[in-house]
Design a protein around this ligand. Sequence first.
Ligand code: CTP
Length: 409
Amino acid sequence: MLAGKRVLLIVTGGIAAFKMPELIRRLRERGAAVRCILTKGGAQFVTPLTLQALSEDKVYSELFSLTDESEMGHIRLSREADLVVVAPATADVLARMAAGIADDLATTTLLATDKQVVVAPAMNVQMWAHAATRANMALLESRGIRRVGPNAGDLACGEVGAGRMAEPMEILGAIEAFFAEAADSSFSDRPLAGLKALVTSGPTYEAIDPVRYIANRSSGKQGHAIAAALARLGAATTLVSGPTRLADPAGVSVVSIESARDMLAACQAALPVDVAVCAAAVADWRVKAAAGAKIKKAGGKPPSLELAENPDILATLSAAGNARPRLVVGFAAETDDVVANAVEKRKRKGCDWIVANDVSPNTGTFGGDRNTVHIVAADGVENWPPLSKDDVAMRLARRIGKHLAALRQ
Ligand code: CTP
């Protein structure tokens, strides 16, 4: 049940933080991906290295770390999780959550998240019993935050009473219960169940020599979001992706490649599928004869690179005869005459729909989080309003579901 689920674990400063390695291990055993935020207080009780080794992921702790913000903004930390767990949750973090304070990475992420939050309080018995903590907890629960524990027993401070963090296996139980309920409630909303989908995403890297390559600035955000949306609606989804900084979407089978030719081979290996969505920014050209060894300056003339055209994956899938997906969707990233170019591109590539978008620098589409698209099909053009890339993905996935259902009738 936890396979492919993504848990963002926020470890705050209580002695029970030393139990988090156990929780991470149990989650990983069950196939869940765990990413940790460790507060300064938490780091007094468990080291980032331990959490990193067990989660097999980077541990985040600084709000204003330049590298963390460029690689993984605090918004994305919570967006790329299916569930946020705060364990141990100190009286302090509960108070700051209740007040909406956002002065470090943990509280900023908690304020920014759109995901379910589960807290596992851990503190001294008097602190747990204090009217302020009771009021904070009641407020958080009234906002939908779930709580597991605390239990009564011996406390680290030497006192006895309620305040002991729930055991890792109990926290695991609360996490499993959340996903079981989510699966039940989404069961009826799986219009793509029983169908297979293929999505390409990201840039491709074309080798010049073993250390250099030609690439482009595609972030992969739109393609990854489409794969996630198709999987969420029930399709068995394969994502063939060039190098990106994005986490693998939950419940999607990801094939990582570098070059256009590898991308084509991976796509062909994924056939047959019901729908293929080519969102990758495939390099149009590769270096005709990539050097086997690093090209040296050697004081002479700069080398000239002869380019060869790459295979067109979208066109190849569209012309795949019996193996052709019933629906093939391409993208057209344009800077001028967006719709007219997309209409022409749809015909030239032989696909069914083109999702056309304006990627002029002033639109902020390339690398950004929003997108304004037009769906170009044989029977006309649909203009969508500006949407987040996640919303474009979900709307497209639903449109795909409707189309395939109509084809089946
Ligand atoms: N595409 C592909 N394989 C390629 C090139 C492009 O699968 N070798 C796909 C992209 O994934 C996208 C669509 O084709 O779905 C359009 O890509 P685009 O770069 O806009 O088109 P080009 O073929 O490069 O056309 P042009 O140079 O005329 O813009």
